[in-house]
Design a protein around this ligand. Structure first.
Ligand code: ADP
Ligand code: MG
Length: 410
């Protein structure tokens, strides 16, 4: 089996080595076990289900929350085969003829990967059809959408267990997520009814990222300008909580001779895409953005991520800072922090009507606030939150480099 895995890795993807835990995950899937994969963004989760799908008889069903992501993956898979039908998307945008073609390709054993949105899977017509064909396994990408404790809860994900049961007997289930909090993980396993799953968790440590929290003063713009000028020519992202602040700050930077552009969901789609491309093509050094910026951005040499405002959760902080240093070289994550912002952010949550939801958001933010105020190694706190315990302090955060002196002078 080992030889086959490697030769197919080469044949389909052109890679000669697996990344991290991929090989173990693939072995687990090929031996028809329920499998749970927790890997940080960029860890290579897609290949974990794509390769075994391509290697096995039948069609693997991939549940994914975003149509754009599904389309990208289908195009990529089609690119490695001369058979267009090797991968399909099944969703409400298809017309009758297209649906017929998809069904035919599946029936004829051509389709190895079928991407579906969870809401499409509720259609009886689709379920009845899938029940008549060979399903190799069901992969649930972005599985944290199942959990109300996650940042991206999708009610339609809740029903997946029942739907999978209707597809046939003993179909292996693969859950994949980049959310490392234990609560969310527990929720996923319970909800999918796969507490017996083989679980593979990669480390979330990013040793090349330097973490620092700086006091946010009334001169924060000046401080940011100085930082950028000291890092002339490097790529960076500055996150702000509001669109208004994004616009303001990007103008201030421009006036000060910094090659910066704004990015937020209020910009018209064309302009947004253009600004994103300008950053990727290095026509600008700095993008000032709301959290709308970053999903799927894979610029390897971002050298710094600055938080103008404290994010709403440690998961967001981790994701956003994680966009720096993808190439493995040194990069900085700097957060400007004003304790008064804690109250400001908490006030946002007061508007959330659903009480449980509100409590979840508050608790998630509490962890973020503790991180900002902490006097111990930032990396330990961050990783502990993801239930990864490091005995040693990291030596690559502000606290480690400049330990606070205690009152008795030790
Ligand atoms: P995730 O879903 O975990 O965020 P992706 O599946 O999008 O990650 O993969 C991230 C990147 O890693 C992609 O560009 C992919 O081509 C690359 N990759 C995945 N597996 C390998 C491998 N074995 N060798 C080299 N590159 C890989
Ligand atoms: Mg992914």
């Amino acid at each position: 089996m080992k030889d086959a895995i490697y030769s197919d890795l080469k044949k389909f993807f052109g890679f000669t080595e697996f990344k991290g835990l991929q090989e173990k995950v693939i072995e687990s899937i090929l031996s028809k076990q329920n499998t749970f994969v927790i890997m940080p963004t960029g860890g290579g989760k897609s290949l974990c289900y794509q390769l075994p799908a391509l290697m096995q008889e039948g069609t693997a069903i991939v549940v994914s929350p975003l149509i754009a992501l599904m389309k990208n993956q289908v195009d990529a898979i089609r690119g490695i085969s001369n058979e267009n039908g090797i991968a399909h998307v099944l969703n409400s945008s298809l017309n009758k003829t297209e649906v017929k073609q998809v069904k035919e390709d599946i029936t004829n054993g051509i389709t190895k990967l079928l991407y579906v949105a969870p809401e499409s899977l509720t259609k009886d017509d689709y379920i009845n059809f899938l029940n008549t064909v060979k399903v190799s396994f069901v992969a649930i990408d972005e599985a944290h959408c199942i959990s109300e404790w996650g940042h991206d809860f999708r009610p339609e994900y809740r029903n997946l267990k029942n739907i999978i049961a209707r597809l046939g007997d003993n179909i292996p289930v693969i859950g994949l997520t980049a959310t490392a909090t234990p609560k969310v993980q527990e929720d996923i396993l319970k909800n999918l009814g796969m507490t017996d799953a083989n679980t593979f968790k990669a480390s979330f440590n990013r040793p090349n990222l330097y973490y620092e929290v700086r006091p946010k003063t009334s001169n924060i713009e000046g401080d940011i300008i100085r930082f950028i000028k000291q890092n002339q020519g490097k790529s960076g992202i500055i996150y702000c909580l509001s669109r208004k602040k994004v616009e303001e700050l990007s103008q201030i930077l421009q006036v000060n001779g910094i090659n910066a552009i704004p990015y937020h969901a209020g910009l018209e789609p064309k302009k947004r895409a253009h600004h994103q491309d300008m950053f990727l093509m290095e026509e600008v050094d700095v993008v000032v953005a709301t959290i709308a910026f970053g999903m799927g951005i894979d610029k390897p040499d971002v050298r710094f991520v600055i938080h103008h405002d404290i994010p709403k959760s440690l998961e967001s902080y981790y994701q956003e800072t994680g966009r720096a240093g993808r190439d493995g070289l040194a990069a900085e994550a700097i957060m400007y922090f004003d304790p008064a912002d804690i109250g400001r952010v908490r006030r946002f949550f007061e508007d959330i009507e659903d009480e449980q939801r509100r409590r979840v958001e508050e608790q998630r933010f509490n962890a973020m606030a503790s991180f900002a105020e902490a006097q111990t190694c930032r990396r330990q706190i961050l990783l502990n939150y993801f239930s990864e315990y490091k005995r040693e302090t990291c030596g690559n955060c502000d606290i480690c480099l400049n330990p606070p002196t205690s009152f008795d002078g030790t």
